[in-house]
Design a protein around this ligand. Structure first.
Ligand code: GLP
Length: 261
């Protein structure tokens, strides 16, 4: 795992966007795994800017999102489908038919999850999976006690996640208490993982995920098992990290990272 510490959340976000843009420029028909949350809002703004100003071309890109709330229509502004359409898909030249999220309105949720897994397999898997981290230590909505080999399925959300996400709803009590989410096993099958974490409020959970034992109680710790995983953080989020070998964006200049400057 490579951890890159950038001075500010803006620098960290730019770097994460450059890693994604690099992938798209080298492999225009890439399959991206996407994430939601406040952290990703900034990232999608940068990708939109790159599309508008640098001609970053999404026309052949395919996307699969990590998760979706159960019971929200795509038109509901709190659904992740709505979030993705408004924050990214409508603002770039992606073919909307190539964008996928689990359908949280499906009659048969189990079947929907199996179909989602099959769709990912049918296109040859995810090339680059973007990840945030929830305060509960989740990736996607893999709440504590998610099996490390889990597949896409429905999960009940824990009080920590409800406390984190419900203020984003007009009426906090309307936040669904269940969601469909790719499993940890699904996520680990992506060819590359890119985690973006910013802010002091994530510092403790980030250090547990990156430096603590691998445990189903903190699903993000499973990224330690992946052989090609980059974790991009700002200094606030890095505050509790103990490791001495992380790459500090402002102090070092290794060729591997130089190309992103
Ligand atoms: C939601 C998503 C996660 C995301 C998390 C972090 O819970 N299901 O995939 O990592 O939000 O969100 P934020 O960036 O708002 O802290």
């Amino acid at each position: 795992m490579q951890v890159v510490i950038s001075p500010t959340k803006e620098d960290a976000t730019e770097l994460a966007a450059k890693i994604i843009a690099d992938r798209i420029r080298n492999f225009p028909d890439s399959t991206l795994g996407l994430a939601t949350g406040v952290t990703m809002e900034r990232l999608y703004d940068v990708l939109v800017r790159m599309h508008k100003q640098e001609g970053l071309d999404f026309s052949l890109v395919r996307t699969f999102n990590l998760d979706e709330y159960i019971g929200l229509l795509p038109e509901n502004k709190h659904s992740y489908r709505y979030y993705m359409n408004e924050r990214l898909f409508k603002r770039i030249n992606i073919d909307i038919r190539n964008t996928f999220l689990p359908n949280g309105m499906a009659q048969d949720l189990k079947l929907e999850c199996q179909k989602y897994e099959k769709k990912i397999k049918d296109v040859g898997g995810i090339d680059l999976q973007l990840l945030g981290i929830g305060k509960a230590g989740h990736i996607g909505f893999n709440e504590p006690l998610s099996a490390l080999r889990s597949r896409t399925r429905d999960k009940s959300l824990t009080p920590v996640t409800i406390a984190q996400n419900s203020p984003l709803f007009d009426k906090p009590e309307d936040m669904p208490k269940r969601a469909l989410t790719m499993g940890i096993g699904t996520i680990l099958e992506a060819k590359q993982l890119l985690m973006l974490v910013t802010g002091r409020s994530k510092a403790e959970i980030l250090s547990k995920a990156v430096e603590g034992p691998i445990t189903s109680m903190i699903s993000a710790s499973a990224i330690q098992l992946h052989e090609h995983c980059v974790v991009v953080v700002d200094e606030d989020a890095a505050e509790c990290l103990q490791g001495k070998d992380y790459y500090h964006w402002i102090f070092q200049n290794e060729p591997e990272w130089e190309k992103y400057r």
